[in-house]
Design a protein around this ligand. Structure first.
Ligand code: BT5
Length: 324
């Protein structure tokens, strides 16, 4: 449910650059004029600038460039995703907070975003470097009516949704590396982490984590990953507004999710294949017990990777590391 503060933000955002009187705000929000004034002061602390003119009311002069709960919520064009939003400056990992909130009953679409993570993680407890406020580190809680065996489709689907979002901002060749990485020019800039709490036949909740390197310079990556990592700023040679990007990611995810739930995986499959990294090329498939060369052919409806081996057999890969 929207708070008064959220409603105030919505009204001011919709009143364009005109004045809106304290009386009108108080009537619309059904709170006293003193309460309106208090909320306005809170927003000022968040960096919003207002002009207040006696008899005319308040007018928004500028929004803060800061990324925080109210700036993300301001004019957020989603129906349910991110409408329940937790924003923190510094966390251990947004995944951990999401799991905790989900266990406590957080609603579908609850989103956790942080400026910095002390222990951001990837798959198999690998580290995800995210100590500074130069990327997007977010986790979304979803409660889909879906069999657990389809969960891996969610990772693939999330990747296509991020590709859609980035295409709206810049003309950069974003490629999806199976199963959960996004690459630009042969370097990784985004990783997706899908985790879930499930019974055999029922998903209780899912947490989808997205990490995107946005404004890093090459030197800001630790040496171990510098050669193979990139950021949007490095690739486009300009700094990005994280808030704008977050809002668009949420909008696109919500839209793609709706399509995915109604049309099924075929909706995702084509998009995925159109943007697949190394499609038709030779790669090395590393599995715990074997390792072999193969050519990437595509993906299956259940999210497995299809490869053609050297002796021309088609194999379905459910879990492996792909190298080249
Ligand atoms: C991933 O794992 O790529 C999933 C990353 C998910 C991060 C998000 S951020 C919000 C949410 N909260 C979390 O704590 N996590 C999620 P994986 O495929 O296992 O890749 C991990 C590997 O990527 C590491 O071993 C490094 O080699 C590399 N790596 C680590 N940090 C990186 C970075 N910032 N940019 C590019 N590569 C990185």
């Amino acid at each position: 449910k929207e708070t008064k503060r959220d409603q105030l933000i919505d009204i001011l955002a919709n009143s364009q650059n005109g004045f809106i009187s304290g009386q009108e705000l108080s009537r619309n929000l059904q709170i006293s004029r003193t309460a309106v004034w208090k909320h306005i002061n809170e927003l000022k602390k968040d960096g919003y600038q207002f002009e207040a003119v006696p008899k005319r009311g308040y007018r928004l002069l500028s929004r803060p460039s800061a990324v925080n709960e109210s700036t993300i919520k301001w004019d957020l064009q989603t129906e349910w995703l991110g409408q329940s939003l937790v924003f923190k400056d510094e966390v251990d990992s947004t995944q951990n907070i999401a799991h905790q909130l989900a266990r406590e009953g957080a609603v579908n679409g609850t989103t956790i975003i942080a400026n910095k993570q002390l222990h951001g993680r990837g798959r198999l407890n690998r580290e995800w470097v995210s100590h500074h406020d130069d990327g997007i580190w977010m986790s979304m809680i979803l409660r889909p009516e879906m069999a657990p065996c389809h969960a891996s489709q969610m990772t693939l689907f999330t990747a296509t949704s991020v590709v859609d979002t980035l295409a709206k901002f810049a003309n950069i060749p974003v490629k999806i590396k199976w199963p959960n990485d996004l690459f630009i020019n042969d370097k990784k800039f985004c990783g997706i982490l899908t985790e879930m709490q499930a019974e055999l036949d029922h998903i209780e909740y899912m947490v989808i984590g997205i990490g995107i390197n946005v404004n890093q310079e090459s030197m800001s990556f630790p040496e171990e990953i510098r050669q193979k990592s990139t950021s949007l700023a490095i690739e486009t040679q300009e700094k990005w507004d994280r808030r704008v990007l977050i809002q668009q990611l949420l909008v696109d995810f919500e839209t793609t999710y709706r399509e995915f739930l109604t049309q099924g995986f075929s909706y995702v499959k084509d998009k995925w294949t159109n943007n697949a990294y190394k499609l038709g090329e030779k790669v090395l498939v590393n599995m715990p017990k074997k390792s072999f060369e193969a050519t990437i052919e595509g993906i299956t409806d259940d999210g497995a990777l299809l490869v053609r081996t050297i002796d021309n057999n088609i194999e379905k890969i459910y879990s492996a590391e792909i190298h080249w």
